[in-house]
Design a protein around this ligand. Structure first.
Ligand SMILES: [Zn+2]
Length: 124
């Protein structure tokens, strides 16, 4: 149920931001999920829409989820880019990141672990 708590956090930020901006309606929310965030996009979408549909202000809001590719840095050879071992299964397991250049393990994740709200559009 990791996705449910993430969805709750997203919804809380949307509700708070809407209140702070005295918005009447939330039209559109853009969420960015990193490839290595270990989140199931469809489940996040399901729960956010579930929470949104329960509140007047977000009922009918459009939810857009963008996946951000991973960016890793190899401490052995200095390679920076996409890791080789990220597949669909990486969303369910902690991926072992292998450097595509030198083949060593132990790459630092620079991007791809985030889950953030990129944009919220209101109607006032
Ligand atoms: Zn390397």
């Amino acid at each position: 149920m990791h996705e449910f708590s993430i969805a709750q956090q997203i919804a809380q930020v949307v509700f708070r931001t809407a209140r702070e901006n005295q918005a009447k309606l939330v039209e559109r929310v853009v969420v960015v999920i990193g490839e290595l965030a270990l989140l199931n996009e469809e489940q996040v979408r399901f729960w956010v829409e579930e929470i949104f549909s329960g509140q007047q202000i977000t009922r009918g809001a459009e939810l857009e989820i963008t996946l951000r590719p991973a960016l890793v840095l190899c401490s052995h050879c200095g390679f920076q880019g996409a890791p080789t071992s990220v597949g669909p299964e990486a969303h369910f397991l902690t991926p072992a990141l292998i450097c595509p250049q030198c083949g060593q393990l132990g790459m630092a994740i620079k991007e791809g672990r985030e889950c953030l709200i990129q944009r919220i559009t209101f109607q006032k």
